[in-house]
Design a protein around this ligand. Structure first.
Ligand SMILES: Nc1ncnc2c1ncn2[C@@H]1O[C@H](COP(=O)(O)OP(=O)(O)OP(=O)(O)O)[C@@H](O)[C@H]1O
Ligand SMILES: [Mg+2]
Length: 268
């Protein structure tokens, strides 16, 4: 292990402490190295459908279980329902029927007051970064903790830890307009991680980035996953998905048409 890898690993280990709260959904069994081992469920959709007010059915009868520690690509053509599924997970939209569990919570039953608590247990990354333009990298990341009332003395070390993790310590005082696209996305990932979430949910995080920088972002998400954080990532990046041989959930017309380890396209 190189020094920098060790530093990242140490920072990540600190960023992925276990979450002691009891879970609403437990007891799934995953086969690891041939032996069954219980793993908690990070994300579970049970018979979920979503019909928008205009009558458009964006998801139909979706069942999906993502155990803690999984890395899942969510793929499918434009309009297949990927963003809708993610919106249900973060309670941006509510399912028309079925249940959605995230990090141990039945998302559709949360009161308005409980939604921010859910969002603290998940890290969310978007294609367009969504950084605050008048705040520096450090301030953008710190702001995520400030709004949740984290004591000031805890904010600085937490921010520095995640900036080191994403490799942005040197750019910490720059504004988003002074960063490359890849650096802006790494800032957004640092912001998503600073709460030590159990799950990172990313909607086309490499959609605005060139292929080389996309690979860097994917490598960062893989490292975060290796140290224990579940990752669900919607993407159109066929090259990355096919190269990595991870779990691929494919949606078409609002239905799960494939859920297996493999490539971007169905393989026969
Ligand atoms: N707020 C909305 N009201 C009505 N229909 C919507 C709304 N949001 C999305 N849709 C429709 O739901 C379907 C699924 O959209 P969604 O954004 O989930 O697709 P997607 O898989 O993320 O596509 P893309 O790859 O282009 O991002 C589409 O037909 C879309 O037009
Ligand atoms: Mg989308």
């Amino acid at each position: 292990m190189t020094t920098s890898t060790r530093r990242i690993a140490g920072a990540l280990a600190a960023a992925t402490v276990s979450h002691p709260e009891p879970d609403a959904v437990e007891g799934t069994s995953a086969v690891v190295g041939g032996l069954p081992e219980p793993r908690r469920i990070s994300i579970a959709l049970e018979d979920v459908s979503k019909v928008y007010p205009n009558g458009r059915r964006a998801l139909a009868d979706v069942d999906l279980a993502v155990p803690d520690g999984d890395f899942v690509f969510l793929v499918g053509p434009s309009g297949a329902g990927k963003t809708t599924l993610i919106k249900l997970l973060i309670r941006d939209e509510v399912a028309t029927s079925g249940t959605v569990f995230v990090a141990g919570r039945d998302v559709s039953r949360l009161s308005r007051r409980e939604v921010p608590k859910l969002r603290r247990r998940i890290g969310i990354v978007f294609q367009d970064y969504r950084l605050l333009p008048n705040k520096s990298v450090r301030e953008n990341v710190a702001f995520a903790l400030e709004v949740t009332g984290t004591p000031g003395r805890q904010i600085r070390p937490a921010v520095e830890r995640v900036l080191a993790l994403v490799g942005l310590t040197a750019q910490g005082d720059q504004l988003p307009t002074q960063l490359s696209g890849g650096e802006q996305q790494r800032t957004a990932i640092a912001r998503a991680l600073v709460h030590e979430p159990r799950v990172i949910i990313a909607d086309e995080p490499t959609g605005n980035l060139d292929p080389l920088i996309s690979w860097e972002i994917i490598q960062l998400l893989l490292r975060i996953n290796e140290l224990g954080t579940t990752v669900l990532m919607a993407t159109h990046n066929a090259e990355v998905v096919t190269a990595l041989r991870r779990r691929v959930v494919a949606l078409e017309d609002g239905r799960v048409v494939r859920d297996e380890v493999g490539g971007y396209h169905r393989e026969y």
